[in-house]
Design a protein around this ligand. Structure first.
Ligand code: NUP
Length: 215
């Protein structure tokens, strides 16, 4: 993903018109659009084909299954035009390898969740987050997902993964995290949803977050 604005839009609206309107409004300020279950279950995977006309798409399906099922999911997502996919890592190295192999065949990216950004993200993820980060490096993933709500954890995870892998970081705004703080802690991109798409002026909010990250 080309680093221009350091902002990824989390497009968790559930209907096509709304999704395309927000995506078009903020397109000057985002490097990628992240879609997940809310939009794809609402509108089908075809929405990805439309959104890639506006910006590269990352599919946040938090893939977490056996290698063969993971492979089938990744193939569908990349055939639909997505440039990247978010997977879980707790399913183990063979499952992650399967996703990375498909991504390598398509020339796309795999981002592995390390520790989630919500309060419950510390309950089970905290003890394994660093091992998952190490595995992401060993498996040849493009990057990891780490919490903007806990910049100190982003710092820890950056130390483990080094400079080659990217950190994409959700939790800014609605979940309480600060874009500038988490970029300073070592994130490459912030992922922002509700603060942008629930705003009366999505483009203004997106611009403000970009300005804030010029740090
Ligand atoms: O740990 C994670 N936290 C998180 O919020 C991993 C994620 N993938 N996300 C996603 O980021 C979440 O599903 C949503 O799509 C986005 C954050 O949205 P918002 O809190 O800015 O609305």
């Amino acid at each position: 993903m080309e680093k221009k604005n350091r902002l990824i839009l989390a497009l968790d609206v559930t209907d096509r018109e709304h999704a395309l309107r927000i995506a078009n409004e903020v397109s000057d300020y985002v490097d990628s659009i992240k879609v997940g279950y809310p939009l794809v279950l609402g509108e089908g995977l075809g929405i990805v084909k439309e959104l890639v006309e506006i910006a590269p798409v990352i599919a946040d399906f938090k893939v977490a299954d056996i290698p063969n099922t993971d492979r089938l999911i990744c193939e569908h997502v990349f055939n639909a035009g997505a440039a990247g996919i978010i997977t879980h890592g707790f399913t183990g190295r063979d499952s992650l390898d399967s996703c990375v192999k498909v991504a390598n065949d398509f020339g796309t990216d795999v981002y592995v969740v390390t520790e989630m950004s919500h309060p419950g993200g510390v309950e089970f993820f905290r003890p394994v987050a660093e091992d998952i980060a190490k595995m992401a490096v060993e498996a040849g993933a493009s990057g990891v997902v780490a919490p903007a709500t806990r910049p100190e954890r982003v710092k820890d995870i950056r130390k483990i993964i080094g400079e080659e892998l990217s950190i994409i970081s959700p939790g800014v705004g609605a979940q309480g995290g600060s874009a500038a703080d988490v970029i300073r802690a070592g994130a490459d991109w912030v992922i922002v949803g509700r603060s942008i798409y629930n705003s009366d002026s999505p483009a203004e909010v997106a611009k403000k977050i970009c300005d804030e990250m010029n740090c």
